[in-house]
Design a protein around this ligand. Structure first.
Ligand code: PDD
Length: 287
């Protein structure tokens, strides 16, 4: 079954889908993206993802490529055409194609819209969650506007590569004061000894994760208190639990930071409960 990609109004075989070499996404990373989880045939938390897309586009003065409701139709269609029941739907909007010039092209330059979908294996993810993952810490070296979900992800890719080379699955960016920002592609959380969730405030310095927001809803439902504050690597090492969240991982327990085990080195019960309750609490849009 060949994969299908949507590119600027057309559904194309994935292998032959492409964009122009002078696309500003390619030239300047002048674009934004979203990744949504697809679970049991539903696109999860679509409203929150499209609200964040709207914010990212506004922050960069990029217009919507098409009406929000039309984009929802395209996302569902791409998921359907690729027969994805469990997986991810990816969308990317760039400022469009223009002769290379740092200055923005005219505002009516057609934006580039790409939407793809791929299958993932829920059993493999469940297995990873049963074992937990390892993280390393790396110095924060990104720009200040990481609250915008841009495709400019080179520091993130470098950090993730470093994690892989160290036998870990994620890298946490750490500020000079020792506080944890977030992962290369996930938000970072700990559970304190008295059972409260702690995650960094999302006003600036991190991406306001959609999964982060929904996990707060899950926590409320389960009666778990959430504290939005910075925490240090030291505090994380001594925490009862640690975990990461993203559309690609949902709640994924962290069992090791820079080679030292968290608690007994096994996933904690709070992370496991949050993961189990996530599907029921998240918004579901039939694909
Ligand atoms: N990453 N922080 C960063 C830097 C991210 O790139 C992501 C998502 C998150 C979590 O956001 P959300 O819960 O909305 O997925 C936090 C996506 C999945 C990616 O780049 O693949």
């Amino acid at each position: 079954m060949p994969r299908i990609a949507y590119v600027n109004g057309r559904y194309l075989p994935h292998a032959h889908a492409g964009i122009h070499i002078e696309d500003r996404g390619y030239q300047f990373a002048d674009g934004v993206y979203e990744v949504c989880e697809v679970a049991r045939g539903h696109i999860m938390d679509m409203t929150r993802h499209l609200d964040r897309l709207d914010r990212s586009l506004r922050e960069l003065a990029i217009g919507w490529p098409l009406h929000r409701s039309a984009l929802q139709v395209v996302m569902r269609e791409v998921v359907r055409r690729n027969h994805v029941r469990n997986g991810l739907v990816y969308l990317q909007v760039t400022r469009g194609v223009a002769p290379r010039d740092h200055v923005y092209p005219a505002a009516d330059t057609p934006r580039t819209l790409v939407v793809t979908a791929k299958k993932t294996d829920p059993a493999a993810a469940a297995k990873r969650a049963e074992k937990g993952i390892k993280v390393i810490t790396v110095p924060e070296n990104r720009w200040e506007r990481v609250d915008i979900k841009t495709v400019g992800l080179l520091p993130n890719a470098m950090a993730k590569q470093k994690a892989k080379e160290a036998g870990a699955q994620e890298a946490w960016f750490v500020d000079p004061d020792g506080t944890v920002k977030e992962g290369a592609s996930t938000n970072a959380w700990i559970v304190t000894q008295d059972g409260r969730l702690v995650t960094r405030p999302a006003e600036f310095g991190i991406l306001r994760g959609v999964t982060r927001a929904t996990v707060m809803d899950v926590a409320k439902k389960l009666g778990v208190k959430v504290e939005e504050r910075a925490f240090t690597v030291e505090e994380a090492r001594k925490a009862r639990e640690a975990f990461i969240t993203a559309a690609t991982t949902i709640v994924m327990p962290v069992v090791d930071i820079d080679g030292s085990a968290i608690a007994n080195g096994h996933p904690g019960s709070v992370a496991v409960s949050l993961r189990a309750a996530f599907f029921d609490v998240a918004e579901k849009t039939q694909a």
